[in-house]
Design a protein around this ligand. Structure first.
Ligand code: 7TS
Length: 412
């Protein structure tokens, strides 16, 4: 194995914790480079799911029996861990949801419905995933509000000069991602949040591509809302969080009605539960939230800065090697990037490249990556995207580059 130890991380030892990586695909060792879509799960997370269902499956908060208390404690322990992980000031600010998509929809449907009026403006960016576009469009349609878009520069960075001119006293919400899933661009969110606040707007940050890669300190960022998906952080699918500032969450109406989110129900009137339960109607995804705690532990034990350093090293190596291939064009060359490498090859459809790489055991994503407006901006249908996680190696990058070299020689 080429350089199995990067910095202080022993990548071989880390890989042993991911049984799924140890397999052949189409007769070749699996190279999993689709981590921006979802990354793989360590044994500790998988075992937490098994332990929950074999040991203490019970509905939470309502039961007084031993299993219910144990399940409730484990569920609430994850809330404590998330609070520390993002440096929220209280656990009341951490709401469990299905993931980033639901978190953004929650803000649009509650804060948005309650406080956006006709003529108000919502600003997003040209780098956004559809889940940070469509909920705001729906809200704008409903309220006759106006959606504005921060343009993207040729290298995949946002044009902040234009952003500063776009904001005005009409701006009520600014919602951007911390890092782009299609290009890897890390956005200067602290600065964007400051600009939003300067005109009295609230700032929503889509942290889907930051959770496993970038430091997140919601107090230092001073964001109003921050969204995370566990499945992009070595955790299970179907769990995630919405962080919201307490004073905002307090004045927002509930999202869904049902059990758990109430204090008292009569046919005449219902009073709502305290935070965070006001936003957690119904039986939540208990097992996956419990297992999410182990994903956070996994990241904390390795250290986010060590993970980021390893992925950055892979990104530099892959960028350098892929750049030398004939007819390859990188899409997204921002100065600050997470481990996402998007590219096209003149004359070969991304889908064909994806299939031919899969035949060699290399899993990449091809297409528009749920960022159709961004693809349109670059005048392309889609890209091939390799995205890195802590368990990836330089050897695997070599397999990708060899595969691409063969494809180019065969197709062009
Ligand atoms: N925002 C960003 C920046 C994303 O990358 C994604 C998912 C989402 C929001 C939605 O997250 P979810 O957990 O609610 O689905 N991104 C991708 C991707 O790049 N390929 O598949 C999913």
């Amino acid at each position: 194995m080429n350089a199995p130890v990067t910095g202080i991380l022993n990548i071989e030892q880390i890989r042993e914790q991911f049984p799924v990586l140890n397999q052949q695909v189409n007769g070749k060792p699996l190279v999993y480079f689709d981590n921006a879509a979802t990354n793989q799960k360590p044994l500790s997370v998988i075992n937490a799911l098994v332990d929950y269902y074999t040991g203490y499956n019970a509905n939470i908060h309502r039961g007084i029996h031993t299993l219910a208390e144990k399940a409730t404690r484990a569920f609430e322990d994850t809330r404590q861990s998330v609070k520390a992980f993002i440096n929220a000031s209280s656990e009341e600010e951490v709401i469990f949801v299905r993931g980033v998509t639901e978190a953004i929809n929650l803000v649009a449907a509650t804060y948005g419905r309650a406080f956006i009026k006709a003529g108000d403006e919502i600003i997003i960016s040209g780098l956004e995933h559809h889940s940070n576009i469509v909920p705001w469009q729906m809200l704008c349609e409903e309220k006759q509000a106006v959606l504005k878009v921060i343009p993207v520069l040729e290298n995949g960075e946002l044009d902040l000069e234009v952003f500063k001119k776009l904001v005005s006293e009409k701006t009520k919400i600014v919602s951007v991602n911390h890092a782009s899933n299609s290009l890897g661009t890390i956005n200067p969110v602290k600065e964007i949040i400051e600009v939003a606040h300067s005109v009295g707007a609230v700032a929503v940050i889509d942290g889907a591509q930051a959770g496993a890669h970038l430091e997140i300190d919601v107090q230092s960022l001073n964001c109003d809302f921050y969204c995370l998906s566990a499945h992009k952080m070595y955790g299970p699918t179907g769990a995630g969080i919405l962080y919201g500032k307490k004073e905002l969450l307090e004045k927002m109406p509930p999202y869904q009605g049902g059990g758990e989110m109430i204090k008292e129900v009569t046919f005449e009137k219902t009073t709502y539960n305290n935070l965070p339960y006001k936003f957690e109607a119904g039986t939540p995804n208990i097992a996956d939230v419990v297992a999410f705690n182990y994903a956070i532990r996994f990241i904390n034990q390795l250290g986010k800065e060590n993970i980021a350093a390893h992925e950055h090293e892979l990104l530099s190596y892959a960028t350098e090697r892929i750049s030398t291939l004939k007819d390859v064009k990188l899409i997204g060359t921002a100065k600050n990037k997470v481990g996402v490498l998007s590219f096209i090859i003149d004359g070969v459809h991304p889908f064909d490249i994806g299939q031919m790489l899969d035949a060699r055991g290399v899993a990449v994503r091809t297409g528009h990556h749920c960022t159709q407006p961004l693809m349109e901006h670059f005048g392309i249908e889609g890209t091939v995207r390799a995205s890195f996680a802590v368990y990836n190696t330089r050897n695997e990058v070599d397999s990708l580059v060899e595969g691409l070299d063969r494809i180019i020689k065969f197709m062009l």
